[in-house]
Design a protein around this ligand. Structure first.
Ligand code: ADP
Ligand code: MG
Length: 336
């Protein structure tokens, strides 16, 4: 594979040097807006599983975001909803100006074939198993016009970008897990989407391959202005993204911007405690929330007793069960 962070080679345009720069011609990234998104799955037994319980999220055109969070927190569900693969049970999702949560299927299919690429969790689900690597890339480009296909980087070159040159004519079923993952990503970027959604795209890769794949994702953003969203558990991958969104229990629990972590206020004022505090302050713990000034709240754990005075639980001298632990929450208005 080429070294990570090497010189960017155009993914879509083939003969770059022979033509004047086309910067600004490409349509750029697609922004995303979710409001009150809820998603339920019905199990075979007829139970409802709440996968998303109210997601409010805005991703700007061209932004690059890593979704983090424990298993079962709703990351994959959210990604498939953004990619128009499933429709939310409730709430609204906009891609650019289009509300995809209410879009008729033919329109949605057109959006998926040209403007939005989703790489589902588990590489093989994205591939035609009995076709070769090269045929898979060709299939991913079926929606391009003849002229666009001519202009695009040849299949072999795109495969070389992800280190699959040697196996271009091998059938998918003969490829290793890591090779399939790289092929799935090559297919996802093959028609230069405006929004790329990739669910754990590096989970099966060696460190070198992982770095090369991450470089490819960022090149897509640099070259086409594509909005890039990845789900990842790897800190090395998340660290390359300027923004992180951490899912927790079916909603956005916190966000990282430029290295600083922000808890997100959810619907009805719900705020998740940071994980390390949540263990010490279990569900059912009584807390007092007192404004200190406009931008600061003091959250203190008091006793469950009835005679708790107004100052109880505040400061290191306060009594009561675990009394006196307090946490200051600050509303940072500089946050973008
Ligand atoms: P993550 O990607 O963060 O691990 P998922 O979006 O896959 O989370 O899952 C969120 C919740 O929805 C989990 O409780 C999971 O068990 C449940 N879930 C996901 N897919 C299905 C499905 N097809 N049927 C029933 N429940 C599902
Ligand atoms: Mg998942």
């Amino acid at each position: 594979m080429p070294p990570a962070g090497g010189p960017a080679q155009d993914l879509l345009r083939h003969d770059d040097a022979s033509r004047p720069s086309t910067a600004g011609e490409h349509p750029g990234g697609l922004g995303v807006r979710c409001s009150g998104v809820v998603h339920l799955y019905r199990t075979f037994e007829g139970h409802d599983v709440v996968a998303l319980s109210g997601v409010d999220l805005v991703i700007r055109p061209g932004e690059r975001v890593a979704f983090l969070g424990p298993s079962g927190s709703g990351k994959s569900t959210l990604l498939t909803l953004l990619g128009g693969i499933q429709k939310p049970s409730a709430g609204r999702i906009f891609l650019g100006e289009h509300e995809i949560s209410r879009m008729p299927e033919p329109e949605l299919a057109a959006l998926r074939s040209r403007r939005v690429s989703t790489m589902l969790q588990g590489a093989t689900r994205n591939l035609l198993p009995y076709a070769t690597a090269r045929q898979n890339v060709g299939f991913a480009r079926l929606a391009l016009t003849r002229a666009e296909r001519k202009e695009a980087v040849p299949e072999r070159e795109l495969l070389a970008r992800v280190g699959l040159e040697e196996v271009a004519d091998q059938v998918v079923t003969t490829l290793s897990g890591g090779q399939r993952q790289r092929l799935a990503l090559a297919c996802a970027v093959a028609c230069g989407p405006q929004l790329l959604l990739a669910d754990e795209p590096t989970s099966q890769l060696s460190h070198a391959d992982r770095d090369a794949v991450v470089a490819l994702l960022h090149d897509l953003g640099d070259e086409l202005g594509t909005t890039v969203v990845v789900v990842t558990h790897a800190p090395e991958v998340a660290d390359t993204f300027p923004r992180t969104v951490t899912m927790k229990g079916g909603r956005v629990g916190s966000e990282g911007h430029a290295g600083a972590e922000y808890v997100v206020v959810g619907a009805e004022g719900v705020v998740h405690l940071p994980t390390h505090l949540a263990e010490e302050w279990p569900a059912g713990t009584l807390v007092r929330i007192e404004p200190e000034d406009v931008d600061r709240l003091v959250v203190s754990r008091g006793a469950g007793d009835q005679d708790q005075g107004p100052d109880r639980g505040r400061g290191p001298d306060a009594g009561g069960a675990g009394g006196g632990i307090s946490e200051t929450l600050q509303n940072d208005r500089r946050h973008p």
